[in-house]
Write a protein of this length. Structure first.
Length: 309
């Protein structure tokens, strides 16, 4: 049989001949179930045959898409409503503008469909007209993407603004993510990617404006316990302490409201400060007084020096 069957001459080839031809040119590890289907023998009735189908351009007769389904006709209707890729959408829209539709054809049936689907996608991709993004066989990554294509996709998606999701969509996403935990390896990757990364002033301003005046609901005891466990024993760096000190210096706070004072009083009532905390507070206050006294003495010395001059 001719090896170049991915053009218009592909249309008249019988299903059995296709499978026989694939088994001749494909690696010898094709499945036993596929052999039975090609010879007319059946497997277990409980196992459903999966159809490997092609979508052909009715204008040129060239195969543009390879897929698998238990119900190819139903899958074609789904493709027409929601094309699986941008290339498919453009192609289908072009056909619809001419009042045409893709031609569906089953090219093979098998109980184990992974190897046949991979083969037919790789084969028809040699013609340069296939719109499949993935390599088939249940694979999740588009391995044929070059680094240049990946860089272009990344650049086009960067800083891309999407429409806000509806409340129903948010609820579904929240339910899907509930209970999921990152593996230690994933956490390490996220941490490495965020180390040294700084937000732009514009981003900080936008975040501040979005959070300003926003009230946070009551936190659960479990969440509070996690926060305490996370912050216990953590020490701020000298740089962080200097930034906090510079931000608070000279900043005056207005008088607390009666309600705010009552909340603070109720929270602190019955709380006993440990001896270690008392010692730290005492040392901190002592250092503060020493620094204030040194600052005053320096100011007095400067005034005396100015008078002498």
């Amino acid at each position: 049989m001719e090896t170049q069957i991915y053009g218009q001459e592909n249309q008249g080839i019988l299903l059995e001949d296709r499978i026989e031809w694939r088994q001749e040119v494909a690696p010898k590890n094709h499945t036993r179930a596929t052999r039975k289907n090609a010879s007319g023998g059946g497997g277990s009735k409980a196992e459903k045959e999966v159809s490997i189908y092609s979508l052909t351009d009715p204008r040129t007769g060239l195969v543009r898409y390879i897929g698998k389904s238990n119900n190819p006709k139903k899958r074609l209707g789904y493709h027409l409503r929601i094309p699986p890729s941008c290339g498919m959408r453009r192609w289908i829209d072009e056909l619809r503008s001419m009042e045409l539709e893709p031609v569906l054809e089953v090219i093979e049936r098998a109980l184990e469909w992974e190897e046949p689907e991979r083969f037919w996608i790789a084969y028809y991709r040699m013609g340069g007209n296939l719109l499949n993004v993935r390599n088939g066989g249940g694979g999740s990554s588009p391995e044929h993407f070059t680094e240049e294509i990946r860089a272009k996709i990344s650049a086009s998606n960067r800083c891309k603004k999407h429409k806000p999701a509806s409340l129903e969509a948010r609820a579904k996403m929240s339910e899907a993510q509930r209970g999921r935990k990152h593996s230690p390896e994933t956490k390490a990757k996220i941490s490495a990617a965020l180390i040294g990364k700084k937000h732009t002033p514009e981003h900080c301003a936008n975040s501040g404006a979005a959070l300003r005046g926003k009230k946070i609901g009551p936190r659960s005891p479990v969440y509070i316990a996690k926060l305490i466990a996370f912050h216990t024993g953590r020490k701020r760096s000298q740089e962080t302490c200097a930034r906090i000190s510079a931000a608070k210096k000279g900043k005056k706070h207005g008088p607390l409201s009666t309600e705010h004072r009552a909340k603070i009083s109720a929270r602190l009532k019955g709380r006993v400060t440990s001896q270690e905390a008392r010692t730290k507070n005492s040392e901190s206050q002592l250092r503060r007084h020493v620094a204030i006294r040194a600052e005053k003495n320096a100011a007095v010395e400067m005034q005396v020096a100015e008078r002498l001059i």
